[in-house]
Design a protein around this ligand. Structure first.
Ligand code: ADP
Length: 486
């Protein structure tokens, strides 16, 4: 027979059943002596514990505490008005944020739950941060409910984390500024290369220009991925809600990758003619297109022969990976399947994390920053959707996303959208266009590009000059970015 830690006597012959213990006087003395020794050892442990441990009654008044709590929070005496009791003896008074303290104490006492919280506590020399655990316990002597409070000072950890966070934020901000500063000249290089490609060149010069164009296009993709990623990271990213035609968004994404797929001899298929999709939904068509282009570009990149299929469908029922919806929403699933190199199940778990590529050497072979899928995941989260992959090495992969969209009930929006689409001629020339742009290189680029397309161009360096120009002449189109100053 022995006594377990909670003081219950256990029969050690037949296992664990507690039994009435009948002791002789001699045995009782031995048990009492053992309990005394055990208590002394427990007290000794508490005395040296570098964690503050306090006991409060259910009114939140301090009943007792270990030396570490005394050192941090002050005297144990119950009457705080006595001379040597200069600190608070109430649990609530320890909390700098009293509402937080009140909620925690209430939850512990009323719901009987254990609570862990990181909070600032008042101390004789000013508040400090603590990792605090609060739980209800039964007093072993008088069987009253007590509150056991343990606290560990984490002020240094919190300060170190704040410093690391602000250094990280500064780095992210610098990153975004640099990416933005690089993007403008890169666009210019790319634009002038395109213009150069339309001038008279020797075959060798034309080949060099083509190669430079492809390199600058790759750089632009990386830079805009980095910009998107930093924006998504610091929450500076808005998802639009405008009417759009899902079939059209899917077709335009296919159009972007078609030349590359064709150049590799891959078949690019879709089910858009076979599926009945809603004509108008409300959501962010540009972000949806970006997601599909990312899936499709990866499929083209990692497939050497065979086909790529974009399958769009309306999701019915509430499968496990179904996003939450309400009545006027429809969930669409976009799945891009390929017959490419495939991804091992181990790597499928990590590829949606930033900077993850299945094989580092692949980044040299296939090019890429490893943040495309991380951006996709964050975009889909922003649209309240879900994302996933199924794949088999050597057989191919299917990347899918399920996104809820509102059904556009405002018929007039549908009408406007449809009208713009139907009436806008696809081949317009001879327009009189006002370009509002302060950057002189961009002015030159825009002017030469539009002139090459057969338009007449007027330039204005800022919003004020644009208004003046618009008062003097009539323009078919005014191009300006949203940040141009009036
Ligand atoms: P990257 O810019 O490197 O392509 P992504 O985040 O888009 O970055 O993709 C991460 C990694 O996931 C890729 O480097 C590749 O290893 C793997 N991957 C993505 N799509 C496919 C696919 N369709 N087939 C095989 N591997 C893929």
């Amino acid at each position: 027979m022995y006594m377990d830690l909670s003081g219950v006597f256990i029969d050690d012959e037949d296992g664990s059943l507690p039994r009435q213990a009948i002791f002789s006087e001699g045995q009782k003395q031995i048990v009492t002596a053992e309990i005394d020794q055990d208590t002394l050892r427990s007290v000794e442990i508490l005395r040296h514990l570098p964690v503050a441990v306090s006991r409060f009654n259910c009114d939140g008044d301090l009943i007792g505490q270990n030396p570490q709590a005394q050192k941090l929070f002050g005297s144990t005496c119950l009457d705080a008005k006595k001379d040597n009791c200069d600190t608070n003896t109430s649990l609530l008074d320890r909390f700098v944020d009293r509402d937080l303290g009140r909620n925690i104490i209430e939850a512990v006492l009323e719901e009987g739950v254990d609570k862990h919280v990181e909070a600032q506590q008042h101390m004789p020399h000013g508040p400090r941060w603590f990792a605090i655990d609060i739980r209800r316990s039964l007093d072993p002597i008088d069987a009253n409910d007590n509150i056991i409070y343990t606290a560990q000072d984490i002020t240094d950890v919190i300060h170190a984390k704040k410093e690391a966070d602000s250094a990280n934020n500064a780095k992210t901000e610098l990153f975004a500024i640099l990416a933005h500063e690089i993007r403008t000249p890169l666009h210019q290089v790319h634009g002038f290369l395109e213009l150069l490609g339309h001038t008279e060149l020797t075959p060798q010069q034309a080949e060099y220009v083509k190669l430079m164009e492809s390199s600058s296009a790759t750089m632009m993709c990386v830079i805009s991925d980095l910009l998107d990623f930093t924006k998504l990271e610091d929450g500076n990213f808005e998802i639009e809600s405008i009417p759009f035609d899902p079939s059209e968004v899917a077709s335009s994404a296919l159009g972007v990758v078609l030349p590359k797929a064709a150049a590799k001899g891959l078949v690019l298929q879709n089910n858009l003619d076979a599926v009945q999709l809603p004509k108008f939904l409300c959501g962010d068509p540009n972000r949806l297109r970006q997601l599909l282009i990312n899936f499709l570009t990866n499929s083209v990149k990692f497939t050497h022969k065979g086909k790529i299929l974009l399958d769009v469908s309306i999701v019915k029922g509430d499968g496990s990976q179904q996003p939450k919806t309400n009545d006027d929403q429809v969930v669409l699933e976009f799945a891009v399947s390929d017959t490419g190199i495939g991804i091992s199940s181990e790597h499928q778990k990590i590829i949606f994390k930033e900077y993850q590529q299945v094989d580092r050497s692949a980044s040299r072979k296939y090019a890429g920053s490893g943040i495309g899928l991380a951006i996709c995941q964050k975009l889909v989260e922003k649209m309240d959707g879900t994302i996933g992959v199924s794949s088999e090495i050597g057989r191919g992969s299917t990347f899918w996303s399920r996104i809820p969209f509102s059904v556009d009930s405002r018929s007039h929006n549908t009408h406007i959208y449809a009208t713009i689409h139907d009436d806008f001629p696809s081949d317009v020339r001879d327009l009189s266009i006002l370009v509002v742009e302060d950057n002189v290189i961009n002015q030159k680029l825009a002017k030469d590009m539009l002139k090459r397309l057969g338009h007449k161009v007027t330039l204005a360096a800022d919003g004020l000059k644009a208004v003046e120009a618009a008062e003097k002449s009539v323009f078919d189109l005014i191009l300006m970015d949203s940040k141009s100053q009036y």
